[in-house]
Write a protein that binds this ligand. Structure first.
Ligand SMILES: O=C(O)CCC(=O)C(=O)O
Ligand SMILES: [Fe+2]
Length: 391
C-alpha cells in the first residue's frame, strides 16, 4: 500500500533542515491530504483553491523529506546550454551530426519544428493535468501500487539503502504522482484500457501517439545514421512489438524544494523518451560532466531523452542521461514522458558494426525481458541496471 498520511499528527513544519511539530496542524491538513494516497483516498489537488506558496505553506510530511545525502543542493546547479535542434530543416548530414553529437555529449536535447502540432501538445498536457485534478473518488479508482497493473496512478518512492541510524529499508516518497499506461503508434486498442474520465483523454492520447510514432521513427532513423548504420537499423533491432509506455507526471508546488525531489535520480530504462513538459516551469535536471545542469523550459519544444538500451546498443557511444526532477515552490509542473523500448524478446547488446579492437564490447547481450527482471529486482533502489550487464 502507498503510505497513507491520514494521521495528521504526523505533520511537521520545516524550517531549513530542522523539523518540529506543527503548531497549526489543521491548516496543514490540505497539504497532507494532497500528498498522500491509499487505494481509496487518492491525491486531491483539485481541492486546493490556489497554488500559492502560502496555500502550500511550509509543510511537507516526513516521508517526503529526503535523507540529507539525497537532497538536491539546488545552489549547485548550473545552466549550461542544453542543445536545441531544429527538426524542421530537410534531412541532411548536418541534422544527423547535430543529433549524434547531442546524443553522445548529453544524452538529452530539445527539439523544435518536430512535426507534432503545438495545439495537440498543449491539449495533451492539459488533458493530463485534468486527469490529476479529477475528484478523489474518481481518481482513487486508478490508484494502485500493484506493479503488474499496466494502467495506474502511483507515487514513486525509494528506500534507504544503508544501515545508518537504523533506517535501512525505510521508504521516502517523491513529491509527485505518476499516471502510467501503455500507448502504441498504430494499434489503437490500448485506448480501451484508459479511463473514460477526463472524457477527452483517450482521444487526445490516440492522436498524440500517432504523431509520436512518426517522430520517434524519424529520431531513431537519424540516430542510426549518426552511428554510421542504415537508417532503419535501430528500429529493426528494437523489434516488431516495441514496449511503448507512457508516464504522466504531476509535481505540485512544494514549500521546501531543498528537502524533496519530484523524481529521484535515474536513467530511463527503455531506448528513447520524448517528453512534453509544462512550459515556463523548470524542474528537469541532468548530469553533464559530473555536474547537475537545469534543462530550462523553452516554449514549443519537446525534450528527447536517450535511455539505457541506446547506450548499450551503441556500446556506450550514446549516453543514457542521468536525470532528476526538482520541485518548485510556487507552481505545479506536469510532463508526459512517452517511452519506446524493445520487444521483450529482442536480443540487445552492442551492435556488431560498432565493435573493433579499439572499441571492445562493454556490455553482454541479453533478451530485453532479462533487463526488465533486473529492473524489478532493483525496485526502490537507486537502480544500477546497466551495470549488471557490463562485461
Ligand atoms: O518531468 C520530466 O521532465 C521528466 C520525467 C522523467 O524523467 C520520467 O518520466 O522518466
Ligand atoms: Fe526519466
Amino acid at each position: 500500500m502507498i503510505r497513507s498520511c491520514t494521521s495528521y499528527n504526523n505533520l511537521v513544519t520545516l524550517r531549513g533542515n530542522s523539523t518540529r511539530q506543527s503548531p497549526n496542524a489543521k491548516n496543514k491538513v490540505l497539504v497532507c491530504r494532497n500528498m498522500s494516497m491509499t487505494s481509496r483516498d487518492s491525491f486531491n489537488w483539485a481541492n486546493s483553491e490556489t497554488e500559492t506558496a502560502s496555500k502550500f505553506s511550509i509543510s511537507v510530511t516526513p516521508n517526503f523529506i529526503l535523507p540529507v545525502e539525497r537532497r538536491p543542493n539546488l545552489k549547485q546547479v548550473s545552466k549550461t546550454g542544453i542543445p536545441v535542434i531544429d527538426m524542421g530543416k530537410p534531412e541532411s548530414a548536418t541534422l544527423v551530426d547535430e543529433i549524434a553529437r547531442a546524443s553522445e555529449e548529453y544524452g538529452l536535447f530539445r527539439i523544435t519544428n518536430h512535426g507534432i502540432p503545438q495545439q495537440l501538445c498543449d491539449s495533451m498536457l492539459s488533458a493530463l493535468v485534468d486527469l490529476f485534478h479529477l475528484p478523489p473518488q474518481t481518481k482513487s479508482l486508478l490508484v494502485s501500487d500493484d506493479q503488474t497493473k499496466d494502467v495506474r496512478i502511483s507515487n514513486h518512492y525509494r528506500k534507504v539503502e544503508d544501515d545508518k541510524d537504523n533506517q535501512k529499508g525505510k521508504r521516502f516518497s517523491m513529491w509527485s504522482e505518476v499516471f502510467k499506461h501503455p500507448w502504441h503508434p498504430t494499434d489503437d486498442t490500448f485506448a480501451l484500457l484508459l479511463p473514460s474520465d477526463p472524457p477527452q483523454y483517450r482521444n487526445i492520447v490516440l492522436q498524440y501517439s500517432k504523431e509520436m510514432g512518426v517522430l520517434m521513427s524519424r529520431l531513431l532513423n537519424l540516430m542510426s545514421q549518426g552511428l554510421g548504420l542504415e537508417g532503419d537499423y535501430l528500429k529493426k533491432v528494437l523489434g516488431d512489438k516495441p514496449l511503448c509506455r507512457a508516464q504522466g507526471n504531476f509535481y505540485p508546488p512544494c514549500s521546501n524544494p531543498e528537502l524533496t525531489l519530484g523524481l529521484g535520480v535515474h536513467t530511463d530504462r527503455d531506448a528513447l523518451t520524448v517528453i512534453v513538459p509544462t512550459p515556463n516551469v523548470a524542474g528537469l535536471q541532468i548530469i553533464k560532466d559530473d555536474k547537475w545542469v537545469a534543462v530550462d523550459p523553452v516554449p514549443n519544444t519537446l525534450i528527447v531523452n536517450l535511455g539505457d538500451q541506446l547506450q548499450i546498443l551503441s556500446n556506450g557511444k550514446y549516453k543514457s542521461v542521468v536525470h532528476r526532477v526538482v520541485t518548485n515552490e510556487f507552481h505545479h509542473r506536469a510532463s508526459l514522458a512517452m517511452f519506446y523500448g524493445p520487444d521483450k524478446d529482442a536480443l540487445i547488446g552492442p551492435i556488431e558494426n560498432l565493435i573493433d579492437q579499439q572499441h571492445p564490447p562493454i556490455y553482454k547481450h541479453y533478451y530485453f525481458r532479462e533487463f526488465l527482471e533486473e529492473y524489478r529486482r532493483q525496485e526502490g533502489k537507486n537502480r544500477k541496471i546497466k551495470e549488471a550487464f557490463q562485461i
